[in-house]
Design a protein around this ligand. Structure first.
Ligand SMILES: [Zn+2]
Length: 195
């Protein structure tokens, strides 16, 4: 070791993948999705409709379970649930939303809650009615329990944002509005082409 040697020159290591600026956050396109660093400070463009400025923030925890866990679910739901809890990855973002899209998101949450409540009520009620010699009424109620829940999930899902993947550092978000994706890439110091 030479004590008079100048300090070792350490060039800034560019990230192998994607874009980022020191002190900022990393973000890069991943196919049709957008990978965004956890807890990134996102620009105020609504992630659902692209409106700017978006005045609301939704504190959103994204949870992602590796797809192979669902194979274990088929074998044993209990072991599957335990494995899912262990291998699940989580990440948080303060999502910018306009008033309208935040309202639609909250309505979506209510739809899912309502669908689940209806499922239990209709299963319970349908079985009792069918068991009381009214199958022509009980069976349609039983069928409706699933139909209502599926419709509620499908309609509500369009009002949310979901993660295609979460890893140690990044959240890969599905179906982000293109304007919001562009603004996020620009804020991350990206050179992504404007399409
Ligand atoms: Zn919006």
């Amino acid at each position: 070791m030479n004590p008079y040697a100048p300090p070792e020159y350490r060039p800034h290591q560019p990230m192998a993948q994607g874009y980022g600026v020191p002190g900022g956050f990393a973000a890069w396109p991943d196919g049709p999705n957008l990978a965004v660093q956890k807890d990134a400070s996102l620009p105020a463009v609504c992630v659902k409709c692209g409106a700017a400025p978006a005045h609301q923030r939704k504190n959103q925890q994204f949870v992602w379970t590796p797809p192979w866990v669902f194979i274990i679910f088929f074998v044993s739901p209990i072991i599957g649930a335990i494995v899912a809890m262990i291998v699940q990855k989580k990440g948080r973002l303060q999502l910018p939303l306009c008033d309208l899209c935040l309202g639609r998101w909250k309505q979506g949450t209510l739809m899912v809650v309502g669908g689940v409540l209806y499922l239990f009520a209709a299963l319970f009620g349908g079985i009792i009615i069918a068991a009381n010699d009214l199958p022509e009424l009980g069976v349609p109620i039983l069928v409706s329990s699933i139909v209502v829940l599926v419709v509620a999930l499908v309609v509500a899902n369009k009002r949310f944002l979901r993660a295609a993947k979460v890893d140690e550092r990044m959240i890969t978000i599905r179906a982000l509005h293109p304007e919001a994706a562009r603004a996020i890439l620009a804020a991350a110091g990206s050179a992504a082409p404007l399409t």
